[in-house]
Design a protein around this ligand. Structure first.
Ligand code: BT5
Length: 273
């Protein structure tokens, strides 16, 4: 049972990771854990640092949207990664923001599977869904550093203890929480430990997986391909059939008007229905 605040000392004690969680910071209240993470990037070596918080006054989603969660109800964290674009010693190619969106979504689903009786699915590009409702989201931000490294902040929010009343006020998206979907009580601290472990499996160096490994892990958790979809891109609405995801995290669609197109996550919105 999860009594009160996240147990940060327990997270520090129990994680068995190589890269992720080398440093763990905790702020009870913040604007956004991504803001906290960027502050650490600005002052020095922060690769592997993770920030947790209980409440964000300005939690953010993609494209200027908000992420809202009552105090203590979500698992809210941000992970810092620095990648050197010229460093190809342990992989065929350098990690991209697209890879990070895909692998973080896989890690979230796997962590939920380890800690709860809930099955989580991915809705492209960054939604974590349970029973067709949004239960989590991922926001990857990046900045090029003065020396040429790319710093990434991977922000992850998972709805854990919210009840119906909390979720009713969210705009548009039908939402749920793990507690609402689970037979057993949800332990946020255990989920945090599992999440850092799953992220580390993908992100520890040297890297041992290929782009195809990531694609197939993602497809195994994704809401089924072959479904009809409508997307908004460059001011137009396009209908078609989802058929694949490519390594840049682009959604590959067999377009009704003919042909196959890849829609990139940063500039595309999947429309409901
Ligand atoms: C996301 O954006 O889904 C990414 C969310 C990332 C949140 C984490 S929390 C820790 C870190 N710090 C941050 O400031 N952010 C990250 P997007 O796909 O744009 O979805 C945003 C939309 O989801 C909103 O417009 C709402 O409709 C909906 N939404 C907001 N809060 C929600 C919640 N708690 N549960 C379900 N849906 C929500």
């Amino acid at each position: 049972m999860d009594h009160g605040l996240l147990q940060i000392d327990r997270i520090r004690r129990e994680i068995r990771t190589v890269r992720i969680g080398k440093r763990i910071e905790y702020v009870e209240t913040t604007t956004s854990t991504n803001d906290e993470a960027w502050r650490h990037v600005d002052v020095g070596e922060a690769d592997g640092l993770v920030v947790f918080s209980e409440y964000q006054s300005a939690g953010r989603g993609r494209l200027g949207r908000q992420w809202q969660a009552p105090r203590g109800a979500g698992l809210l964290c941000s992970v810092v990664l620095t990648e050197n674009p010229s460093d190809d010693d342990d992989a065929s190619r350098v990690l991209t923001g697209g890879d990070l969106v895909l692998l973080s979504a896989v890690a979230v689903c796997d962590a939920i599977g380890v800690c709860t009786d809930v099955t989580a699915k991915i809705k492209w590009p960054n939604d974590i869904r349970v029973s067709g409702r949004k239960a989590g989201g991922i926001l990857v931000e990046s900045r090029t550093q003065p020396g040429g490294d790319i710093a990434y902040v991977v922000g992850i929010g998972i709805n854990c203890l919210q009840h119906e009343g909390h979720l009713a006020s969210l705009p548009k998206t039908p939402a749920t929480s793990l507690d609402l979907q689970s037979v057993s009580a949800v332990d946020r601290t255990a989920l945090a430990i599992a999440l850092l472990g799953e992220l580390d499996r993908w992100l520890a160096r040297p890297r041992t997986w290929s782009g195809e490994d990531l694609r197939s892990a993602w497809m195994a958790h994704a809401e089924p391909m072959g479904q009809r979809i409508r997307v908004q891109h460059a001011g137009k609405i396009v209908s078609g059939m989802m058929i694949d995801v490519d390594p840049a995290a682009a959604l590959v669609v067999q377009v009704d008007e003919g042909g196959v197109r890849a829609f990139d996550a940063a500039t595309t919105t999947v429309l409901p229905g």
